[in-house]
Ligand binder design. Structure first.
Ligand SMILES: *[C@@H]1O[C@H](CO)[C@@H](O)[C@H](O)[C@H]1NC(C)=O
Ligand SMILES: *[C@@H]1O[C@H](CO)[C@@H](O)[C@H](O)[C@H]1NC(C)=O
Ligand SMILES: *[C@@H]1O[C@H](CO)[C@@H](O)[C@H](O)[C@H]1NC(C)=O
Ligand SMILES: *[C@@H]1O[C@H](CO)[C@@H](O)[C@H](O)[C@H]1NC(C)=O
Ligand SMILES: [Cu+2]
Length: 659
């Protein structure tokens, strides 16, 4: 046992010998003018010969089960024909192997020769057309977003991530709990050391849950530049509580929405794309001009389809999602089934997901799928479309009219129902101008009003250990805005917390608001930056009350757990938010009744000058990041770590040795 383990770990990271050659090739590509010679993708040793399994060498070292399915290597790229993409059957879980090559690439790069004239040529050229604006990107297997991975619950995933970037990276599997494999969570300097350029790391874990999850880099801005993709985990028909509600569940009906930057310039958000495509808003062309390229979802009249949407949000750009002349039956959020809600649309803040059922019950033509950006995206008038295309309509035609201006497109409509709106009205606010009329009516379904179909795992009169925390910001003397949790900006430690936990003393190495106060520091006045770790006992019912000291909403995300949302609201003023603990003591924060089956999520928006209350049982010891999912905020310090349990309660993580 020991021998096998040490052997496979020995080779989990191996230096790619080829990297120098590839770096050279990439440099050539980037220097070339985008109109020049066709770019040949370098042949990796394992793409040359299907039967050659020598690289990565660790593949052979694993004790592979008979059903181990090595990817058809000739299909390097997407996983459309991957054997793990299948109808799920009870007790037939598989081991599923993938390679994700993360590399620098270009939108509208030199390989885009025919693609610019003929959309059908784009795939064979591996051209990323995007919105038709040339830009540097970071791709996964030559795609932005990366290829969707489709699995069944309980499958074991083996993913080799190859870092062909010029900087370090990690991959996070957003929504996977990693109960038995905390070292696979992909949080840099928390659950692993980052993967250096030219290295490969094997992530191996069991997917012990279902739903729309996703993978993304957890380093810097990489997921904003393209390092992200969907991870779709299905159930057997018997286990799927919503199975009878729809006819088809197609992987290609998954939409990843993301706000983008051009050429790594983070000064301003430049567009919103849907599955990496969309209108070129610089072009001044009407939305329905055929020179735009839109994602197309095809449906056949009379059938019902399960569709999935995730927002890979980078800037502060919540989005509103709807489909022209269609209602959406919303059945799941963040991969957790809910009691269905029939709505006109929903809002997403970064990392949130919704699954819905669309009934193709309208006249057979093309309809706009509408994505409207708010906050920073609204300031720049950014919105995007995709096409819902009925069989029987012209295959390449676009819907009539503009994406947002059709009569039925406005969310202000009288009796329309919207889910998860990020805009809350302060109880004392008299200024209604920035709020939609519909908010004054009872047809707005807030996140906290959603009901899970899965009962909570605690009994009715459980006493929770309550922790108070806050999201905020401060302006440093040099003018830089720092983002904070509990008035502390997170500083990454030099040691990876999980791996190195026997090397340091918690009290000396970690900080928190009270430890800083004991040192005489007042973080409300001065700038506090340190390795902010909040220690929680393991296997206890935990409640977190998280206040938002700022006026804009922040998507709160926690690793390692699915949480139940039992409270969410806004307060009258900033002073109340600051004194939230006292307010709670006086019974001013409302919680759902104990018998309400609170919605389960992994990312929840904290309203501006408001709060959320979430609950979970801390049954997953380890170091779990807890942060804002707006990249601009987390990069600037809006991050903390939950240390759940004592060192000895955590899994022993064997050292990794490079071979
Ligand atoms: C793969 O390599 C084997 C052994 O070197 C060789 O016999 C075979 O012809 C090769 N196949 C292809 C498709 O090149
Ligand atoms: C996954 O495992 C759980 C727990 O063992 C089981 O209830 C469920 O049926 C399994 N799902 C599949 C698709 O095999
Ligand atoms: C805060 O830090 C102090 C001193 O290191 C420690 O005793 C305390 O447990 C920490 N509190 C939390 C919630 O982590
Ligand atoms: C509204 O403001 C007043 C005075 O500032 C305060 O006393 C009251 O509690 C607030 N109402 C609500 C519902 O927060
Ligand atoms: Cu934020």
């Amino acid at each position: 046992m020991f021998k096998r383990e040490s052997k496979s770990f020995l080779c989990q990271r191996l230096i790619l010998l080829l990297v120098l050659g590839v770096a050279q090739l990439q440099a050539e590509v980037l220097n070339e003018n985008s109109q020049q010679a066709k770019f040949e993708w370098p042949s990796f040793p394992w793409t040359r010969n299907k039967t050659n399994k020598n690289t990565p060498s660790s593949l052979n070292d694993l004790d592979l089960k008979n059903d181990y399915t090595q990817m058809e290597l000739a299909n390097f790229g997407d996983f459309d024909r991957h054997p793990c993409r299948r109808v799920c059957q009870q007790g037939q879980s598989m081991n599923c192997y993938y390679q994700l090559v993360v590399h620098n690439y270009q939108r509208l790069g030199p390989e885009c020769q025919r693609c610019q004239q003929d959309e059908r040529a784009c795939a064979s050229e591996n051209c990323i057309f995007g919105d038709g604006v040339a830009s540097l990107v970071m791709a996964v297997n030559r795609m932005v977003p990366g290829p969707p991975i489709e699995l069944c619950e309980n499958d074991t995933v083996v993913v080799d991530v190859l870092n062909y970037l010029g900087e370090s990276t990690t991959m996070h599997w957003h929504g996977v709990h990693m109960i038995r494999t905390p070292e696979m969570d992909g949080a840099p300097y928390t659950t692993q050391y980052p993967l250096q350029p030219g290295e490969v790391q094997r992530y191996e874990y069991q997917v012990d849950r279902s739903g729309l999850l996703w993978y993304h880099s957890h380093v810097g801005w990489q997921r904003g530049f393209g390092v992200a993709g969907a991870l779709i985990v299905r159930q057997t028909r018997q286990e799927n509580v919503h199975a009878q509600l729809y006819d088809y569940d197609l992987g290609e009906h998954t939409l990843m929405i993301q706000d983008i930057f051009y050429n790594y310039n983070l000064q301003e958000v430049r567009n919103i794309l849907v599955n990496g495509k969309g209108r070129n808003h610089l072009s001044q062309l009407p939305d329905n001009d055929n020179r735009h390229r839109y994602e197309r979802l095809r449906v056949t009249p009379g059938y019902r389809y399960r569709m999935r949407v995730v927002l890979n949000g980078i800037a502060n750009c919540p989005v509103e999602f709807s489909i022209e002349q269609h209602k959406l039956l919303i059945i799941s959020t963040d991969g957790n089934d809910i009691e269905p809600v029939l709505a006109d649309g929903f809002f997403l803040t970064s990392a949130e997901r919704f699954d819905f059922i669309l009934e193709a019950n309208q006249y057979a033509k093309n309809y706009w799928i509408r994505v409207r950006g708010y906050e920073q995206c609204e300031e720049r008038n950014l919105y995007q479309g995709a096409v819902l295309s009925y069989r029987g309509s012209a295959r390449t035609e676009l819907p009539q009219g503009s994406i947002l201006e059709n009569p039925n497109s406005r969310s202000e409509e009288e009796d329309s129902v919207w889910v998860n709106d990020y805009r809350f009205r302060s109880p004392n606010s008299t200024d209604k101008s920035s709020l939609r009329q519909s908010l004054d009516k009872d047809n707005n379904v807030g996140t906290v009003a959603l009901r899970s179909v899965q009962p909570v795992s605690w009994s009715r009169y459980t006493k929770f250990l309550t922790y108070y925390s806050s999201f905020g910001s401060r302006t440093a003397p040099n003018g830089e805005v720092l983002f904070q949790i509990d008035d502390i900006s997170y500083n990454s430690p030099g040691i990876s917390l999980l791996q190195g936990r026997h090397l340091y003393q918690d009290d000396g190495y970690f900080c928190n608001k009270s430890s800083l106060a004991r040192e005489g520091r007042n973080c409300e006045r001065e700038q506090c930056e340190c390795t902010h770790v909040i220690r929680l006992p393991a296997y206890r019912p935990i409640e977190m009350v998280v206040a938002n000291l700022m006026e804009n909403t922040h998507p709160f995300h926690i690793h390692g757990y699915t949480i139940r949302l039992v409270g969410q609201g806004v307060l009258a003023n900033a002073n109340e938010v600051r004194n939230i603990r006292e307010l709670d003591r006086r019974g001013r924060l409302s919680r759902l009744k104990d018998d309400y089956v609170a919605v389960a999520k992994d990312t929840v928006q904290i309203p501006g000058l408001g709060y959320i209350i979430v609950r979970f049982v801390s049954n997953n010891p380890g170091f779990w990041l807890y942060h804002c999912h707006i990249e601009a905020h987390s990069v600037q310090g809006m991050v903390a770590v939950l240390k759940v349990g004592e060192d000895h309660q955590m899994k022993r993580i064997p050292a990794r040795v490079r071979c």
